[in-house]
Write a new protein. Structure first.
Length: 141
């Protein structure tokens, strides 16, 4: 089961921190399609936050199609094809890129260094997914 961590003093609200970590875990292959997530109550206890905070994160992740809740069974990484609205995805990505570049500008980091970092992180994510896929294939009989 995935371990999530929150930073109370972070500028990002707690529910968004939860969403980001679940999204990153799916993207990085640490959470696979069909894998069960902790219940809202379990995660709230683990993180020492209000169950309503976890509910807000799970509701938004479900609205985005990343997770699905099955009454009486739990919450799982969605197995359904996620319909991708390209304009919505671009809008979300634009906000993330803007925040990244703002941080780079504040730190006087040139664009070519940021692009190199993007390539580096892309390779890390690809390698992580490949390792996870390999482990999944090795563990099957």
């Amino acid at each position: 089961m995935i371990q999530l961590h929150i930073v109370p003093g972070d500028e990002l609200p707690i529910y968004r921190q939860i969403m980001r970590q679940v999204t990153d875990a799916v993207a990085g292959g640490r959470l696979r399609t069909g894998e069960k997530l902790p219940s809202q109550r379990e995660l709230a206890e683990q993180l020492v936050v209000s169950p309503l905070t976890v509910k807000k994160a799970y509701d938004e992740l479900e609205r985005q199609g990343l997770i699905s809740t099955q009454r009486g069974r739990g919450t799982f990484v969605s197995t359904a094809e996620r319909p991708i609205d390209p304009e919505l995805q671009r809008e979300r990505l634009h906000g993330a890129v803007r925040r990244l570049l703002s941080q780079a500008h504040l730190a006087n980091i040139e664009l070519d260094v940021v692009v190199a970092l993007l390539h580096e992180v892309d390779e890390e994510l690809r390698a992580e997914r490949a390792r996870r896929a390999e482990l999944g294939n090795d563990s099957t009989p």
